[in-house]
Design a protein around this ligand. Structure first.
Ligand code: IMP
Ligand code: MG
Length: 226
């Protein structure tokens, strides 16, 4: 689904959202219901591509947690109601790169099992090796591809193990001028080059508790700037 640059969005007055964000948002870009419906279709597409393989979902925290949870739920429902039973594992990696609304140079990958202790790449290495050894369908589950830098770092780290079936699912892709033209294998919406929040996407850790994907306004940016 392509959301064009001149799409005005929906007025905030048409929906409900937390009172503590009144005055901080410009408009609703994608209402929560549409996100969930589109995710259901992505789950169906993924199910079709899986074949008889098992699946490992690697959720990229923190922004990917809502999308990942909904995607996993839809895959489970589809699997339960079909003849084909799919076994699924879920794990988490965390990547941190943004400061305010800017992508930063240094990027940290952290394993998911114990985020405070595993600040190295132990857990990630484990999955990378498993990727090589087994014919499992791996899916990186991500909130948004902006510059594409985060995804590149993740894939570079795992690609040296020559994984057979590694796919990337991202809820959003931003229309930035990406020189490499990187595209995830599955994505929900292509959006204009705007900073968006909600549905687990944050601005300095705020707005993750907002259901809809919204565009933040200047007041909101100033209020939560660090
Ligand atoms: P990239 O490296 O520029 O592709 O950005 C990847 C990460 O930056 C995403 O996983 C998000 O966590 C964060 N990010 C990028 N754009 C946005 C945005 O518009 N809103 C909130 N977070 C964003
Ligand atoms: Mg963030």
């Amino acid at each position: 689904i392509q959301i064009s640059d001149n799409w005005p969005g929906y007025s905030l007055d048409l929906f409900t959202y937390p009172q503590h964000y009144y005055g901080d948002l410009e408009y609703v870009l994608i209402p929560h219901g549409i996100i969930v419906d589109r995710t259901e279709r992505l789950a169906k597409d993924i199910m079709q591509d899986i074949g008889d393989n098992d699946i490992v979902v690697l959720c990229v925290l923190k922004g990917g947690y809502k999308f990942c949870a909904d995607l996993v739920e839809h895959i489970k429902n589809l699997s339960r109601n079909s003849e084909r039973f799919i076994s699924m594992k879920v794990d988490f990696v965390r990547v941190k790169s943004y400061h305010n609304d800017q992508s930063m140079q240094d990027m940290q990958i952290m394993g998911g099992d114990d985020l405070s202790k595993l600040t190295g790449k132990v857990d990630f290495l484990f999955w990378a090796l498993l990727c090589f050894l087994l014919t499992i369908f791996f899916i990186f589950c991500k909130d948004i591809v902006g510059t594409g830098r985060t995804m590149k770092v993740l894939l570079n780290n795992i690609e040296k193990y020559k994984p057979k079936m590694i796919k990337v699912a991202s809820l959003l892709v931003k229309r930035t001028s990406r020189p490499d033209g990187y595209r995830p294998d599955y994505y929900g919406f292509e959006i204009p080059d705007l900073f968006v929040v909600g549905y687990a996407l944050d601005y300095n850790e705020h707005f993750r508790d907002l259901n809809h994907i919204c565009v933040i306004n200047d007041h909101g940016k100033a209020k939560y700037r660090v």
